[in-house]
Write a protein that binds this ligand. Sequence first.
Ligand SMILES: [Zn+2]
Length: 490
Amino acid sequence: MVPRRLYAAGLLLAAALPAFASDLLGPAELAHAQRLREAASRSALAYELVASLTTEVGPRPAGSAGDARAVAWAVERLTTLGFANVRAEPVPMKAWQRGPAHAHITQPFPQPVMMAALGNSVATPPEGLHAEIAYYPDLAALRADAGGERARGRIVFIDEKTERTRDGAGYGKAVAARSIGAIEAARRGALAVAIRSIGTDRDRLPHTGAMRYDPAVPAIPAVAVSVPDAELIARLAAHPMSASRPLKMHLTLQAEGGVPVTTHNVIAEVPGTDLADEVVLIGAHLDSWDLGTGAIDDGAGVGIVVAAAKAILDGGVKPRRTIRVVLFANEENGFDGALAYAERYKNQPHQLVGESDFGAGPVWRLRSRVRPEALPVWQQIGAALAPLGIAAADNNGSPGPDAGVLLRRRGWPAIELTQDGNDYFDWHHTANDTLDKIDPKALPQNTAAWAVAAWLAAQSPVRFGPLPPPPAPPAVLAPAAPASAGIITR
Ligand SMILES: [Zn+2]
């Protein structure tokens, strides 16, 4: 089961392990993992939770009244389910609130545009902005426009396309247009920026999401238009009639940012036994965007990790390490919850961190980010997940947005259970993120995967950290990447 080559590599450093520890999980641990897998595969709890959250709480943008209701909902549900040490830990943050917004093309002739403000956007003047559109096919084209004369005094439009991929790589490539498009446009003197939604659908619905400013350049309003509207703008910009009647748009939006509020991370535990101080963290984020009800992002993840921990709680065997469910605050618009957690628990050893935040599709791949000496145990974890249709892959895993903050800040070992995200970006951050997009039959497989992985991580005779220092990136790649390129909200 364990390839000799990897097993031997583990033995090379066996001196670093306690002399009494075997370096593999024993048959009792693996047999219990199988029982958990079978029980969790029959659990309807994940769907029940996401249905409850989206029906009884609804949208919950960080710092809003809905967010506060979500915190109360989570504390109540986790307590009722029987977890230990249920608590809401304060997270100070600055809230952003959307107001009414409207856009329409005024020239060559009037056309309505389906759009939404991006998170953190400043407002337009009350009477709105009316200006010519400067069309750029993507963010790279805008960045390549060094002088920026075309952008000055105009509304910059960035037509960045999002490629449909199973693992979300297409989103990763496109999302910089949303997060830093306003900075690049303002550097060139633009009045506002509009982007093609970072999404893969053909619906006439905009995809919102976080953006940010650079204090060195003016903060300009930033919006996303639906994909069909983006394609209309592209056709009009290229049309011969634009030569005599330039493409113009009127844009009004209201928004309020920088409001100091306190939100909360919600935490629950299955306490460990002999290694109780060490934590296996399985997380999701409790906040959502405001346009839908936050079903796939990330009500599904909340349901999955809570149901997985509940399967372990009900499994009748206490874990060695503490299994901690963390429902993070404000993933969407600033990672305040993950940053607060990283600070509060910086001195507590973490065996593993992971997050379910990629919708409700089935898990198809396991990736780790652990020290090489732990890989024989990960071969065992991979074998325990194989009956769920999950393939073990490499040791370069990326554990989700909040857990990714913890990985980068603290160097805690990480797990990635990759879900099928082919349709995720059809609905992500839109009014279409609602419960009907979730197949109730897809969630138990996720629940089982997290239960098995968390259980075996908690029982491992081998610590998964510390991680070896990451290799320095090739210098030639460094300048192209923004400083925070590694942080991608989902
Ligand atoms: Zn998310």
